[in-house]
Design a protein around this ligand. Structure first.
Ligand code: 4AD
Ligand code: MG
Length: 452
């Protein structure tokens, strides 16, 4: 008896191979319809595909009376024969055995009754929401995207380096870190935190192994209750020795293009389902990235554009300001209507580790902004001149001693190197057009919410 996933069954090309062959499927009931003539039609799903498979149960089945009373959500194991419905051309299963594995205790109280549920409501039942078509689709897309990040980077000989979650360093220099304590004791005998980025650790490995990356959890105590910030999120970070900014730009474009293309290929139905749910009727935003349609532009040019806009005339736009969400939206959705790579930001608004340009005012860095999302990638060449690095540490009021190991990298075989970070949830939002970042991570954490 062969155990098959629904996705495998739906992909069968030659049904003759399965003629009279009993197969097994495990799954959950989506809908159940009993006909008057003693046949039940049950749609089941096992998470392997957005599509269900219909099973046909006849009254001569020994436990038919129990089966026909089952409800949406019950877990069952079935055995039967795959047939092709001549009218619909769909595969169905003629069932000759069903085992009830898990019932819905009280269907009236089942939090996922078949009616419509709001995303806010589903967020409160994050432990059950993956049972919905919507969250099944998001999970499969996330899986494919992350799998292909690994695939692409491994094919380019990058090494996966698992960076620490516990650290004593403030990588981004913005102090938005969660403290770690154990029973009020300073367990590590040093102030320790959950990491806001594995970058500095990756730099140490890049300076001996050349091309490294990690995909890991990131923790930020930003009190930003927005639709695109999480307190815990996942980031791809790359770090490459001997790379300059142009190489980082092409690597980011290639990674995005490849992984989105693969996701579209493997999860087309999931993507179309979500786009439809989000009232979008085309995949132009996806094909634009696959075709690498990015506009590269310097920060100072962006400021000149913003200065000229009447809508921002009271904003006192000047060189040195941050590109806040409202400007990001204007630039990507109205002015350029395109993905942007903004380069060479002012030194004073970027972290201490970025390499200062010859002008001594800007740093060699990029932010990649996408329409409807804003920033998805932040990257830079790293400052490898120890004197300049020390000055930055001082200017940012960071504790130099704490950064000694990081400074060592500039003393022992100093290597030019660069890297970037890609926010996984933000890119999944972009692909799916989901509006709230809390809906593209399995168990979202945000200010005042750490359930599950
Ligand atoms: O721009 P960020 O802060 O860059 C870094 O942390 C670098 N150390 C990365 C590196 O060069 N190795 O963050 C990178 C990306 C952002 O562009 C954004 O997509 C995402 O991480 N991000 C968040 N995603 C969800 N919730 C938050 N609170 C996020 N903060 C940043
Ligand atoms: Mg950034």
């Amino acid at each position: 008896m062969t155990l098959l996933s629904i996705s495998k069954i739906l992909k069968i090309k030659n049904i003759k191979k399965y003629k009279n062959k009993i197969i097994t499927i495990n799954g959950w009931i989506k809908t159940l319809r009993n006909s008057k003539i003693g046949i039940s039609f049950i749609d089941i799903n096992d998470g392997s595909s957005i599509n269900n498979i219909q099973i046909i149960v006849k009254k001569d089945l020994n436990n038919y009376n129990k089966i026909k009373k089952l409800t949406s959500g019950c877990a069952i194991k079935i055995m039967g024969i795959i047939i092709k419905n001549k009218k619909t051309n769909n595969y169905e299963i003629n069932v000759n055995y069903i085992k009830i594995l898990g019932k819905i205790n009280n269907p009236k109280k089942y939090p996922l009754s078949p009616k419509y549920h709001s995303l806010e409501y589903l967020r409160k039942i994050s432990h059950l929401r993956s049972k919905t078509k919507l969250f099944g689709a998001i999970s499969r897309i996330r899986n494919t995207f992350i799998f292909n990040l690994h695939k692409y980077l491994q094919s380019k000989n990058f090494l996966l380096i698992n960076t620490p979650i516990i650290t004593s360093l403030d990588t981004e220099g913005h102090s938005k870190m969660f403290n770690i304590k154990y029973k009020n004791n300073n367990f590590f005998n040093k102030k320790s935190y959950l990491s806001v980025s594995g970058q500095l650790n990756l730099e140490s490995y890049a300076c001996s192994l050349s091309k490294v990356y990690n995909i890991g959890p990131i923790f930020r105590a930003e009190n930003s209750n927005t639709k695109k910030h999480l307190s815990e999120f996942w980031m791809l970070e790359t770090e490459i020795a001997f790379y300059k900014l142009n190489k980082i730009i092409s690597l980011s474009k290639n990674i995005l293009s490849y992984c989105i293309k693969q996701t579209l290929k493997h999860n087309k139905q999931d993507i179309y389902f979500l786009l439809n749910f989000n009232k979008s009727n085309n995949i132009n935003h996806i094909t634009n990235i696959i075709e690498k349609k990015f506009i590269e532009i310097d920060y100072y040019k962006i400021i000149n554009i913003l200065k000229k806009q009447k809508i921002f005339k009271n904003d006192n736009i000047r060189w040195g300001i941050s590109i806040s969400t409202i400007y990001e939206k204007f630039l990507t959705e109205k002015y350029f209507k395109n993905a942007l790579i903004i380069k060479n930001y002012p030194k004073k608004i970027k972290p201490f580790y970025m390499k200062t340009n010859k002008d001594n005012k800007t740093v060699s860095c990029i932010d990649i902004l996408l329409p409807n999302i804003g920033e998805i990638i932040g990257g830079s060449v790293r400052e490898n001149d120890i004197n300049k690095l020390d000055k930055n540490i001082k200017k940012n009021k960071l504790n130099k001693k704490q950064y000694n190991w990081y400074r060592d990298l500039r003393k022992y075989g100093n290597t030019p190197h660069s890297g970037f970070g890609l926010g996984i949830e933000r890119i999944i939002m972009y692909i799916t057009k989901m509006q709230n970042i809390r809906d593209v991570i399995p168990f979202p954490k945000y200010p005042n919410y750490s359930n599950f």
